[in-house]
Design a protein around this ligand. Structure first.
Ligand SMILES: C[S@@+](CC[C@H](N)C(=O)[O-])C[C@H]1O[C@@H](n2cnc3c(N)ncnc32)[C@H](O)[C@@H]1O
Length: 512
């Protein structure tokens, strides 16, 4: 059945432009991923209500039909599909008619309803207003939802934004709306299987959504694709994607299954482990963060880091984003160091592991910042800081790069730090050089790099996430720093010995 679906999909792709599909959020699920998603549902009972919001050609429902077709005793599958693109509907119908025929031949029944409607607007009654986003009584409740929802940012003035107002703040993404509305339509213990970007798992933008969602849903399974480009053969979708299986509470799951595959290669050696639910869903600082450990080693990394009793902010350390936003500070940007009253301006390319390399020209970027009465508000007094890059390129080996900025190397009174760099200081006093090296060593270590990847699927290093990290106390940091200053090449061994990482784990962390 999925082969037939694929043929229809190809026909549709040949008759439409990539641009128009992109605009409609039409990235179709490859057959092997659709089959995998359908396999995640619990055993299918004799009567099963299925929802497929954003159905496209219908491959996900068809994958469930394939699963049902293999069952010995008769099943009645009642599928509701939502798709708002009228152009695709004839193909969707054709696809479902084919599945209906095949299922009937195998002794089962498929009944389906195609709703040519906007899923969000059609199912969100009772969501806005006083009872905003609450569980409104609806007449159809589903045993299963399978979906690959569209993925784009919702503009603030869109009718969608009003529907979910106050829940998914910031720059909401339409896929979170789909997940929330689908979750509402499940029976107790009903299951949702969704392939989405990983971005909802952490970060402020999705916090409201997570709080709503995980108060109602329990996580059963997460599958991580190493690269969405490979999984979906679609270069526009850059974020890592995951398949989530969650269940309407019911009984909370004690354990979560985790699987990972390199891209869409799901056959054979799927990495798999089962972990306690609280290792994945962390509500210790509120906001329900979803962490995705991919292996037993990842679990060890989590346990090691989380056995540190202090949080970053609790050690007295503070992290802030560089105050210089270049397009707002054009009058103060200097390209020539001979200019009178120039102080260093530090951009990401100036930040190297343990170092701040300045001056360093790059593609016509400014080198320095004008020091004058008006520019003072954008400058920092020259002190000892750790500089942490806020972004890394996807192909960069490390997500975290921390440089040391030491006062005694810069005789000028002030320094400018650009907005793509975070700087770390102490709330009440200046950090010692040992402490600066110690903090940089921890961020530059394979252990924390791995830990950070478990926490976050994107390449941004947000100050909010750093503040809640478990972190060694300042005394231990100074100790690490003192030893690292003597021999920076031994950083990994020093951090490992101070934080109790075993030699074999350290070796494996360094080899990945
Ligand atoms: C990412 S595609 C996935 C299609 C299909 N489920 C699959 O997995 O191959 C999302 C689909 O949702 C449809 N869509 C986008 N916005 C929608 C909305 N508000 N309501 C219903 N369908 C929508 C698009 O036209 C597209 O076909």
């Amino acid at each position: 059945m999925l082969d037939f679906s694929l043929e229809l999909q190809q026909r549709y792709e040949n008759s439409t432009s990539p641009e128009s599909r992109k605009e409609k959020g039409q990235v179709f699920t490859p057959a092997e991923i659709a089959r995998f998603m359908a396999s995640l549902f619990s055993p299918i009972p004799s009567e099963y209500y299925l929802l497929d919001p954003g159905a496209g050609i219908g491959s996900l429902t068809v994958a469930v039909c394939e699963r049902v077709a293999r069952l010995g005793s008769p099943r009645r599958l009642i599928a509701h599909l939502f798709e708002n693109d009228a152009q695709i509907i004839p193909l969707l119908k054709k696809n479902l008619e084919n599945s209906k025929r095949v299922l009937e031949q195998a002794g089962h029944r498929l009944e389906y309803a195609i709703h040519v409607e906007d899923f969000i607007l059609a199912t969100s009654s009772g969501v806005s207003g006083q009872r905003r986003f609450d569980d409104a009584p609806l007449d159809v409740r589903f045993d299963g939802v399978i979906m690959n929802p569209p993925y784009f940012k919702v503009r603030k003035d869109s009718p969608y934004a009003r529907v979910m107002d106050g829940i998914v703040h910031g720059q909401p993404n339409v896929y979170a709306f789909f997940m929330a509305l689908a979750a509402r339509l499940l029976k107790e213990d009903g299951e949702l299987v969704a392939v989405t970007p990983r971005s909802f798992c952490n970060g402020l933008y999705f916090r409201g959504f997570r709080e709503w969602f995980f108060r109602r849903m329990t996580l059963d399974h997460i599958h991580l694709f190493e690269s969405r480009i490979d999984a979906f053969k679609h270069s526009a979708v850059l974020q890592e994607s995951i398949v989530t299986k969650a269940r309407r509470l019911g009984k909370p799951s004690r354990r979560v299954s985790l699987t990972a595959s390199f891209g869409r290669n799901l056959g054979g050696n799927l990495g798999r482990c089962e972990v306690p639910a609280e290792s994945v869903l962390d509500n210790s600082c509120g906001g329900y963060l979803v962490r995705v450990p991919e292996s037993p080693d990842d679990l060890k990394v989590m346990m090691l880091v989380e056995s540190l009793s202090d949080r970053f902010a609790g050690t007295g350390l503070r992290i802030s984003t560089g105050p210089v936003v270049m397009f707002r500070a054009k009058d103060f940007l200097l390209y020539d160091l001979r200019t009178h009253a120039a102080v260093p301006l530090l951009l990401p390319h100036n930040v190297r592991p343990f170092e701040t390399v300045w001056p360093l020209g790059k593609n016509g970027k400014p080198l320095a910042f004008k020091l004058c009465q008006e520019s003072l508000r954008l400058l920092l007094p020259t002190r000892n800081y750790i500089l942490l890059k806020r972004f890394s390129a996807k192909e960069e080996k490390r997500r975290l790069t921390a440089g040391c900025f030491l006062r005694n190397k810069y005789p000028l009174s002030h320094v400018g730090i650009e907005n793509h760099v975070n700087y770390i200081h102490h709330a009440e006093r200046e950090l010692s050089e040992d402490e600066v090296y110690g903090v940089a060593a921890v961020f530059n270590s394979a252990l924390y790099d791995r830990y950070f990847r478990i926490l976050s699927g994107n390449t941004q290093v947000n100050a909010t996430e750093i503040r809640t990290l478990n972190f060694p106390p300042l005394k231990a940091l100074a100790n690490i720093g003192r030893r690292v200053r003597e021999n920076v090449l031994q950083t990994e061994t020093i951090v490992s010995s101070e934080l109790g990482v075993s030699g074999s784990l350290q070796e494996r962390l360094l080899s990945t």
